[in-house]
Every structure is written in C-alpha cells, then in structure tokens.
Design a protein around this ligand. Structure first.
Ligand code: C2E
Ligand code: MG
Ligand code: MG
Length: 839
C-alpha cells in the first residue's frame, strides 16, 4: 500500500513526510506500512527496519495491551490518545504521547495513522514554567506571608509535583523538618495506595481545575494522618505553572467521627442485647462496662432505690482496686432522684438517670468518674445514658418477667412453697451431700385426712385458705434447713436434708402432726384437720429422689390405712397391701359368690334400762384358709372397686331377714347398718334399700343407717336431699364415729339426722382423760338440744357405762355389753336379755 493511494492530495504528503512529530501508518492488523523521517529518528530504526513491523514490537510487555486496545478502538472509527513507554532501538525507554486516527477508504476504515510525540520535550518545558513560577512566587511578598501564616498547611508544587515550598503549619502536620520536604515529590509523603489516586487529582489541577481529595499520609514517626488536600492551579500568563496544595489535617476529626460511629454501633448492640430474649445478669454487666467505656467513666451502677432499703444492685468498676462501700453511690443516686446537683468526694463527673421498670420507678442508672480524672460530660453523653436507662429498664422488666416464670415453674402459686420439680432438685442435692457427709436424708410425704370434704362442704376458697395455713405451720416446725413443698391438692412433702438418726426424724414427724391438728379458724368456722405422714429415709429406703418420694408415698398410704393422724416409716413390706388391693378385688368378688361373708351383730343397750334396743350389723369374711378377716382389711378395697354396693346389699338383706326373725321375740328391735360413701351416693340407693327390706319383709322404721361424719358432710345440698328421701320412708339416720372428722355440732344441725354415735376414741378416755369426758358430756348435751339421740361406741368398762348413764347418754355399745357376734350367738344373747328383762 502506498501513501498516495491513501491520500490523493499531494499536500498531505508533505504533512506526513515533513512533520516534526513521528508519524506512521499501519494496515488493519497493525503492521506499519509507512513511516516518516521523524519517526525513524525517534525510534532509532531505519525505514526498512520499521516497515512491516507490528506496533506491538515497540511496546514493553506491559504496554502490549494498550497497543492492541488502541488498534481495535481505532478500527471501530474512534480516535485515541494515550501515554506510552516506547522502546528505542538502543533499548532505552522513551515516554511518548500517541494519537491514533482511523484511515478511511470508501467510508470504511482501512488502516490507522499514528502520531508519536516525544514527552521528554514537554517535561523540559514544564521545568521552565516551574522556574518562572518560583520567580513569580518569590516576587510576591504579600502572597508569601499569606502562604506562611496560613493556619492550614500549604505546599507549593511545580508541574511535576516537586515541592518547591512548604509553610510551617504543613510541616507541623507530619513533624517533618523543612529540609526533608522541599525538593521532594509530593508522592514521597503519600501512603502507597494513595499515590495513583492523588496523581489524578494533581493532573486535574494542572489542567486548571481546583479539586479537593482526602489523602492518607504519615507523620515522620510513622503515625498515620488523614488530610484533605485541595489542589489550586497557579496561573501565569494564562498558563498553569504550578499547584498550591492546601492541606488540612483531619485526623482528629476522623477519630471523633469514628467514635460517633462506634458509639452508634454500641447503641445498636445495646439495643439488640436489650431486646434479645436472654438478657442475663452478665448482659447487664456488659452494658455497664460498655457505658463506662463510651462515656470515659470509671464506675457504673444500677441502684435499686427502694426508699427504706436502697441497694447497689449491680456495679462495674474499671479498676476496682479503690473500691468503695457503695454508700457514696447511694447518695449520688438520691441526688439524681431529687434532681439535685450531683457530685461527691470520691467522684468527679457524674451522670445519672432514673430507671423505670414496667412504668414504675425502679432506681437509678449511674456513671461516675474518679475525682481528678478530668472526664467531661457532653450533651450527647446524657442522651446516651437516657437511652441506656430505657434499654436497661426494658431488660430488667423482662428479667423480672422471667423470674416470675421461674416462680411459676418451681413454686406453687397458692402457698408459695416449692413445687415437686424444685423439691426433687433439692432431694438430689441433699443425697449428693449426704454421700460425702455420711448423714441421712428423710422425705416425709403428707396427705391431709379428709381434705376433699372440706373443699366440698366449705368451698374452695376456704379449702385454699386452709392449705395456706397448713403450709405456714409446716414451715414453722421444720426450720431453715428443711424444704417444704406442695406437690398436689392436699399433698405436702418435707425434706430433712441432714439427719443423724431415725429418732430425730420421728421427733420432727410428731411435731408436724401436732402442729397440724391444732384447730384452724376459717371465718366463722373452727376446723380440725389431721394428716397422715409416710417417711422414707436415704440411704435405707431409696437411693434416688424418685425412689424416696415414691416410698414415702407408699408409707403414707399405710399410715392412712392405720387410722390417719399418724406417721409411718417405709418398710419394703408396705408395698404389699397396695399390690394386694388389686388382687383383693378379684378375691372379694369370688368370696361373695362363694358366700364366704357373714354378718355379725353387736347389741346396743338403752343405758337407762339396760335393755337391748338395737343391733349393729358388722360384716366379717370367713376365709377358708385365713379364718376371720375384719372389715378394716377389705372394706377399703371393696369401696374402691365398687363391690361394696353388692356387698352392702347382701349385708342389708341378710341382717334384715335375721332381725325380722328376732322381732318375733323383741318387737321394735332396731337394726343399724353401715353405709359407705360409695353406697350412700348410689343414685338408686333408696330403691335398693326398699327392695332388700321388702324381700325380708322388714319395716323401714326399724332401720337405722349409719353414715360417717365425712359422708354426711360431703356435698351438703345433695346429702340433705338423699337423707330427706330416706327419711320419708321412715328410716333413721345416724352419724357414725362422731368426733373423728372436722364437723361441728352446729354444722350438723343442717342435716336431718336422728342419731349421733360418739366415736370410741372419746369413750376410751372416760375415767382417764378429763378433756375427753368434757367432750363426751358436751356432745351429749348439745346433741340432745338438737333433738338427736346419742349412742356411745366402744364401751368397755363399768365406769364408762356409769359415766354415760349419769350424763344422759341414750344408748351404749361395746365389749362391756358384747362384742359383735354371729347370728346364733346373738340369738342366745337376745333371748337371755329378753328373759332377764321380763324376770
Ligand atoms: P363402726 O361402724 O364404727 O363399727 C364399730 C367398730 O368397733 C366395729 O369394728 C366393732 O367390732 C368395734 N367395736 C365394738 N365395740 C368395741 C369396743 O368395745 N372396743 C373396741 N375397741 N372396738 C369395738 P369392725 O367390725 O371391725 O368394723 C369396722 C368398721 O367397718 C365399722 O366401723 C364400719 O365402719 C365398717 N363396717 C363394718 N361392717 C360394714 C358393712 O357391712 N358395711 C359397711 N359399709 N361398712 C362396714
Ligand atoms: Mg358403725
Ligand atoms: Mg363407729
């Protein structure tokens, strides 16, 4: 390709050939097709050597990419300029400024022009300009003083970036001596990464623009400084001859800014912490610690300012060596609450804020610095403390809520006593301790006797109140070492963690029973209640908490079986009766089928005449192998299984039939039959009784139904209805075992009763226990005043018999007259008695 082909205009030939700058033309691939003399001179190559060479071959390795890119761009029709380190034939590198131009043929790019300008010339020109600037600068004295006295640092730079002059303020920024600065390039004072960026600003300055930029530098001892540099171009005759760089040290400002940022970061952390669910005590401490750091304080405290009993609830100290007793902190908190000027002997700056929890004043959040530390308080600090107080308030509230939850999880809400979960934990701890201390651990399982009846008759409010009273009494007996827990309705459980022997446990058990059976005042009612206690002891009766509790429970059932108001130590054989109950049910059913039950009769005599006026039917089990089994052994399981209903029917039928026979000799003889709770609440009770009596041809008016106090008092309204119903048929109703329950005579008034049977335990005291005598006398008198007939049970001696007669008791029953005997023996007794009366 010849140049004439590219440009037909001959004038351009000379522009190409004579151009003082190096000019070349390449084909589309970048291979030189034409070069002028100047280019040959610049590159050091002969024309022949240049032609056909690719432009790339003039570029050092790192410049190849620039060349390629410029080719591509230019082929797309764009003109480019770029700096380029070209390699001279000698190997020396010359900085050249390259301009590319697309070469068109028939509107299609067909090649590229390159114009190379040697930059070393321009640099020489710049140096000249700088010298002129220096002159100008030197000439201008007024300007110079402005330069020197400027509070900001000012540098005078030539167009190459060489520092020509520097003011004192600038030297102070980096603590450099003047000599170390003047004559050096500004780049020498920049952090490595900053150089390229700052250079581009500098270039823009040279281009006449005034620009600012943040730069990272370092003082002479290597301390990093952050500055803002403003490049101000210096003009002379319309040309830029140098740059003034105004330098402001913003290192401190940056630090402050960073502090503000970390502060807000900390506030965010505080917030997150405060709003997160598990805000523990250690979080509160962290908050105090962080507050100290942010505010440059030495002590932080949360003061619970309950007026009579203020306490430092939490405290953090930066250096706790000089720790005080907190009294001064309390005084500071008081001052904060009173909005007084705060200050103290020990502390200098103080900030405080009232803490509110759940809308109520809780106390004070306090920060203080030690005297002489010179900490100053800024307005933003107060805001920060206010914020912390708000967050802590929320956190404390949640902590309180969690404490409430803990209370719910570990305590009984009614009595405030620990619950079973906590009790078990305490037992485990006690066992662990006992292992190393070689002591015993006792678990006492309590059940209030007949508590259900109190609830049913007096209502739940009274029942609850009674439980609280019982809880207090238990606590007062056992002392601090022990744990009293409520594990269920009327169940309490006591842990004696450190016992030396069985005797000491026995003493506590007795004291507990005693404490419980004192009367309770419930509004107008005086209530009596007893408890049954089962005791299991580590290590004998169990090695784990669960085993001890279970065995104490078993022992408690035995205590109940044995007549309540008693305690019972666990023994392995105790488990037997419970197992037995289940199999007993089967045995009882079979015994009923096999007709192994017998009715025994115990006579009742009228005290005034000594005549037999009645008989109580008492059931016995004639076991083919075991002999006679007494009702105490099987009535409870018959009751539980429900079999008592059938058994009761059978007893009534049998006794009625038998008594009907005796009526032939002793007309009007009364038959007393026991009714258990289960029987009494049978919906068809009346028709069942009526049926049994009909079958025996027995007149209902000769029947007396014995129900216990407990049965009589349960579900009062219903009980009254049932009694009325029975009485309509002419039957009589007696309350059995009077005095063992908790009923009072005045309460019994509400029931349509006919007869009251004083429990044998009171009768047993006649002649020995003045108290019992008083009770018996009073009961007789009061029962009479209520129109009730009185029967004394368990009369065993003449003295008892006489006492009862003396005090107008109506009837007597007991071994002194006769034990319960089989029908034939009763028959003989009745005949003899009838004859005795007749004679
Ligand atoms: P309870 O109705 O209070 O019967 C009186 C108990 O005292 C009887 O015991 C009787 O044998 C006993 N006893 C009589 N006189 C004396 C005495 O002078 N001294 C002493 N220490 N005890 C005396 P038992 O027969 O063992 O009956 C116990 C309980 O079993 C009865 O107490 C009654 O509640 C219940 N029971 C007995 N038979 C039946 C029945 O057929 N049906 C129902 N539902 N319960 C029955
Ligand atoms: Mg009875
Ligand atoms: Mg009785």
């Amino acid at each position: 390709m010849s140049i004439s082909r590219i440009s037909p205009d001959v004038h351009f030939e000379s522009l190409f050939a004579e151009n003082p700058q190096g000019v070349g033309a390449s084909d589309c691939a970048g291979n030189l097709v034409a070069v002028n003399d100047a280019l040959c001179a610049m590159s050091g190559y002969a024309r022949e050597e240049l032609l056909g060479r690719h432009l790339r071959s003039f570029a050092p390795e790192e410049g190849a990419q620039i060349v390629e890119r410029s080719l591509t761009e230019t082929m797309l029709g764009r003109s480019l300029t770029f700096d380029f380190n070209a390699i001279h034939r000698s190997g020396a590198v010359t900085e050249v400024f390259v301009t590319t131009l697309p070469m068109y043929r028939d509107h299609v790019v067909d090649g590229i022009y390159f114009i190379f300008q040697d930059l070393s010339d321009r640099k020489a020109a710049k140096r000249l300009i700088a010298e002129q600037a220096q002159e100008l600068h030197d000439r201008n004295r007024g300007f110079r003083s402005l330069f020197q006295q400027n509070p900001d640092g000012v540098l005078a730079l030539d167009c190459d970036g060489t520092i020509l002059d520097v003011n004192d303020a600038c030297l102070r920024i980096g603590n450099y001596p003047r000599d170390a600065v003047v004559g050096r390039s500004y780049k020498d004072f920049l952090a490595g990464a900053e150089i390229a960026r700052t250079s581009s600003f500098f270039e823009r300055g040279l281009a006449g623009e005034s620009v600012s930029s943040e730069i990272g530098s370092a003082s002479i001892d290597g301390q990093p400084r952050t500055c803002v540099a403003t490049m101000i171009p210096q003009f002379s005759d319309g040309r830029v001859v140098g740059i003034y760089a105004v330098i402001q040290d913003i290192t401190q400002r940056k630090k402050d800014q960073l502090r503000v940022e970390t502060q807000s970061q900390r506030i965010r952390e505080l917030y997150l912490m405060a709003t997160s669910g598990n805000y523990s005590d250690s979080h509160v401490m962290t908050t105090l610690m962080m507050g100290c750091r942010l505010l440059r304080m030495d002590v932080a405290a949360i003061i619970d300012y309950t007026p009579d009993r203020p306490v430092v609830e939490a405290r953090f100290e930066v250096d706790s060596s000089g720790s005080d007793d907190g009294i001064e902190l309390l005084a500071l908190a008081q001052a904060v609450l009173d909005s007084r000027e705060v200050g103290g002997a020990r502390y200098g700056a103080v900030i405080g804020e009232v803490l509110t929890v759940a809308g109520e004043r809780y106390g004070v959040l306090l920060f203080a610095s030690r005297q002489g530390r010179g900490t100053e308080i800024e307005e933003t600090d107060r805001d920060l403390v206010a914020l912390m107080a708000a967050l802590l308030g929320g956190a404390l509230e949640r902590r309180r809520a969690r404490a409430d939850l803990r209370t719910l999880a570990y305590f009984d809400t009614l009595t405030g006593l620990p619950n079973r979960v906590m009790f078990q934990e305490r037992v485990r701890d006690a066992i662990e301790n006992a292992q190393s201390q070689f002591c015993r651990v006792a678990v006492l399982f309590f059940d209030l006797d007949r508590f259900k009846d109190i609830n049913d008759t007096l209502g739940h409010a009274h029942g609850d109140h009674l439980l609280q009273l019982v809880a207090n009494r238990l606590l007062s007996v056992v002392g601090d070492q022990a744990t009293v827990a409520r594990t269920g309705g009327d169940e309490f459980i006591v842990l004696l963690p450190d016992c030396d022997g069985m005797e000491s446990i026995r003493v506590v058990a007795e004291r507990l029973l005693h404490a419980i059976d004192d009367p309770y005042q419930l509004d107008d009612y005086e209530q009596f209640i007893t408890a049954s206690i089962g005791i299991a002891v580590y290590p004998e009766d169990g090695k784990t908490d669960l085993a001890l509790i279970k065995n104490a429970d078993i022992a408690m059932y035995r205590a109940k079986d044995r007549g309540r108001n008693a305690y019972q130590f666990y023994t392995p054989t105790l488990e037997a009766p419970i197992q037995m109950r289940l199999s007993q049910e089967k045995l009882l059913r079979r015994a009923l089928e096999l007709d192994e039950f017998r009715v025994y009769y115990q006579p009742e005599v009228r005290l005034s005449s000594g005549a037999v006026v009645g008989l109580e039917a008492l059931v016995r089990w004639h076991h083919p192998k075991s002999g006679i089994i007494y009702p105490g052994q099987f009535i409870p399981s018959a009751e539980i299984s429900g079999l008592i209903v059938q058994l009761g029917d059978w007893v009534l039928r049998t006794a009625a039939r038998q008594t009907h026979e005796w009526h032939k000799h002793i007309p009007g003889l009364r038959l007393a039959v026991n009714l258990s709770a289960r029987q009494f609440h049978q919906p068809d009770l009346r028709s069942r009784i009526a049926q049994a009596l009909e079958q025996a041809d027995f007149d209902p008016s000769h029947l007396e139904l014995e129900i216990t106090e407990t049965v009589a008092m349960s579900e009062a309204a219903q009980t009254v209805a049932i009694m009325r119903d029975l009485k309509e048929s002419g039957m009589h109703i007696a309350v059995d075992d009077f005095g063992t329950g908790y009923s009072s005579l005045s309460y019994l008034r509400h029931f349509p009763l006919d007869v009251l049977k004083i429990d044998q335990s009171f009768v047993a005291g006649i002649g020995t226990e003045p108290n019992d005598e008083t009770i018996v006398k009073t009961v007789i008198a009061m029962a009479h005043s209520l129109g009730l007939e009185v029967v004394a049970e368990g009369v065993e001696t003449q003295a008892q018999f006489d006492f009862l007669r003396e005090h107008d008791c109506d009837r007597a029953q007991g071994y002194f007259i006769s034990a319960a005997v089989p029908a034939d023996a009763a028959d003989a007794f009745l005949t003899a008695s009838a004859q005795g009366l007749r004679s």
